[in-house]
Design a protein around this ligand. Structure first.
Ligand code: ADP
Length: 639
């Protein structure tokens, strides 16, 4: 190959000159020649030629010996041997020694050039092979290292998520950083929010006492610069002077610790003595480590916060005077607080036990074992006579919680009130009945003139009105208190049919047509049948009462999604828009009601209270002269 450097060793100056001047230089090679083996050996080490051409017979060192010796130090140097005798033995020896070719004197220039060309081509191939091999080795090594790093990173990742102890996680991170970068020591510095100083939260290979007492002001330190800029630094041992951190080091890497975009510290590794160099790749690995550390710190903070919340909640639930029971979707106890244990007289290891094995009260069991979104309430009486209102709330992903409110006192009040109401109603109704009776007797007792008869009728109407008012007031009081409500899964359609049958006579008498659309397939609602029937009855009664002869009243019940809708419409006079907002107020009567139309103005208040007690909604659509529609919406029972 042109330009290649060839070392020629021959004790004959004539041959040296021939080879150099007549053959090799004209062919474009650079040539150095010597006259003996030892000089060739020394020069070869110095100039590292691409090819050696050596004569076999030379003083001190023969050509074969020279090739043999050089092979040890310059294994890739090809050699061509020139001999004066072409014996087979010599050829074998030359090849064994490492010669790639040989020429027997006398030889022609072109033979030498051909041998040189072959040897150099061989060397070139060899060299490419060696380079490829060493490249392959380098990439295999870097691949192995990368793999090792990735494995270590994955390991740290697993540790970070598995360990809840922050000290352990951070120490693991620092140790891994030191191991992966091959540094001498490592540290994780965090900012102390109060003092603004950096302290050593975790370390590897630092003196324990030093690590504990380590304090560094953020502003004047290299770590502080990293925190301020948010950028990692790498300083290696080629730096002219030692780096002052708070101790002297030759090389170091600092990467910032970022928590939700805020710098909270640095992760660092360093070498105090000159040695293993730190690289950019080490910095990349360290950044990943810093991320893990930040995640661990965040996890620990979240865990600490949730622990505080959890124990707060547990204390509240345990200490609260209300009884609380939480069950999972398989009706097993997740929590039963102290108050609930006392109330239900249960004790021992209850968590995880089935509620069926724990409680006996049928109403409580029904509530505990009910599924679905519909919140439900039950009154539960416990053996010591106390009465609780139990409210069930489904909790997504947990099960359901039942909170018990002691309503014994309210129950007693209700009892007293009921007794009072019964007494009052009896005391008021009795004289009213007597008045009515005597009014009737007047006519029978003797003849009354027309005017007297009219007075008697008016007195009768007034007594009837007072009786209605007393009844409605008592009724409203009971409904509003809402305590005597006994809810069960009830078919609204059936209640509507009963209500219609009860008022069919009144409608026929008045000449009003009743139309119904009450399909059986409508789902049940959870409610008090007596109150719901009363609610439908009041709406229907009004519709018939206010609709003139020849008009129509229509009752429809239907299901929509998880709701049951009831509509009571009529073709009556309608309600003035200005009056509509006050329709459900006590004693309110619309301005278009004729004076002689009987009524107390309490019917719709009772209706509204009943709907409210059942968690439903009611509204009116009405147009003067066109009729009125009352719509009631109740939640359907989950099936
Ligand atoms: P009342 O005893 O007067 O019927 P309600 O509370 O039942 O008392 O009704 C309040 C008022 O609402 C009534 O006085 C009437 O003005 C109006 N109203 C109720 N239902 C109807 C209806 N179907 N058509 C027209 N007006 C009605």
């Amino acid at each position: 190959m042109n330009g290649s450097l060839i070392l020629v060793a021959d004790d004959s100056q004539e041959i040296r000159r021939f080879i150099e001047e007549n053959v090799l230089v004209p062919a474009g090679y650079t040539v150095r020649s010597v006259g003996d083996g030892m000089s060739a050996f020394t020069l070869a080490h110095e100039i590292k030629p691409d090819l050696l051409i050596t004569d076999q017979q030379m003083p001190n060192l023969t050509g074969i010996e020279l090739i043999q010796r050089l092979r040890r130090d310059l294994p890739h140097l090809p050699a061509v041997l020139i001999t004066s005798e072409g014996s087979e033995w010599l050829v074998v020896e030359a090849m064994r020694a490492g010669a790639v070719d040989y020429l027997t004197k006398p030889f022609e220039a072109e033979h030498l050039l051909a041998a040189v060309g072959r040897a150099l081509a061989e060397r070139h191939r060899w060299q490419s092979l060696v380079e490829a091999q060493s490249e392959a080795q380098i990439s295999a090594e870097s691949l192995a290292r990368r793999l090792h790093e990735l494995e270590a990173l994955a390991q740290i990742g697993r540790t970070v998520t598995a360990l809840l102890n922050l000290d352990e996680v951070l120490t693991t991170v620092v140790e891994a950083a030191v191991r992966l970068t091959g540094a001498e020591e490592g540290s994780l510095l965090l900012i102390d929010e109060d003092s603004g100083e950096l302290y050593m939260r975790a370390s590897k290979n630092f003196d324990e006492e030093f690590a504990r007492s380590f304090r560094l002001h953020v502003r004047d330190s290299l770590a502080g610069q990293v925190i301020a800029s948010g950028r990692s630094v790498i300083i290696d041992e080629s730096s002219p002077q030692k780096i002052k951190t708070s101790y002297l080091v030759h090389s170091l890497i600092y990467v910032p610790l970022r928590l939700r975009g805020r710098m909270i510290g640095v992760l660092g590794v360093d070498n105090r003595t000159a040695g293993h160099a730190l690289t950019d790749q080490d910095m990349t690995v360290m950044s990943a480590m810093a991320d893990y550390a930040a995640i661990a710190i965040e996890n620990a903070q979240l865990y600490r916060r949730s622990e505080v919340e959890r124990s707060k909640l547990e204390t509240i639930l345990t200490q609260t005077e209300n009884s609380v029971i939480v069950v999972d979707p398989d009706d097993r106890l997740l929590l039963i607080n102290r108050a609930a244990r006392q109330v239900f007289g249960v004790d021992g290891k209850l968590i995880g036990r089935s509620v069926v094995e724990t409680f006996e009260d049928a109403k409580l069991l029904k509530l505990l074992c009910t599924k679905g979104n519909l919140p439900r309430r039950e009154e539960v009486q416990v053996p010591d006579g106390r009465v609780f209102s139990a409210q069930r709330t489904p909790i997504e992903g947990v099960g359901q919680a039942i909170v018990f409110h002691d309503i014994t006192h309210l129950k007693q009040l209700d009892q007293i009130k009921s007794e009072f109401v019964t007494t009052v109603s009896h005391d008021l109704r009795s004289p009213l009945t007597a008045i009515l009776g005597y009014l009737e007797l007047i006519e029978r007792a003797g003849s009354v003139n027309e005017q007297q008869g009219e007075f008697i009728r008016r007195a009768q109407i007034s007594v009837k009105q007072i009786t209605d008012l007393v009844n409605d007031l008592l009724e409203l009081g009971r409904v509003e208190a809402g305590l005597d409500i006994a809810k069960e899964d009830t078919p609204l359609v059936v209640l509507a049919r009963y209500a219609i049958e009860g008022l069919r006579g009144a409608a026929e008498y008045k000449g009003v047509t009743l139309e119904v659309d009450l399909p059986n397939a409508v789902p049940l609602v959870n409610g008090d049948p007596v109150r719901l029937r009363q609610m439908i009855g009041n709406l229907l009664d009004n519709a018939i009462k206010y609709t003139p002869q020849g008009g129509k009243v229509r009752v429809v019940v239907e299901a929509e999604g998880d709701q049951v809708i009831m509509r009571v419409s009529d073709t009556g006079p309608g309600i003035p828009p200005a009056d509509q907002p006050y329709l459900f107020d006590k004693f309110f009567r619309a301005s278009n009601v004729p004076d002689d139309m009987p009524g107390t103005g309490l019917g719709l208040s009772i209706v509204k209270s009943i709907v409210d007690n059942h968690g439903g909604r009611i509204w009116v659509d009405s147009k003067l002269g066109d009729g009125t529609t009352f719509t009631v919406i109740l939640q359907a029972v989950d099936t």
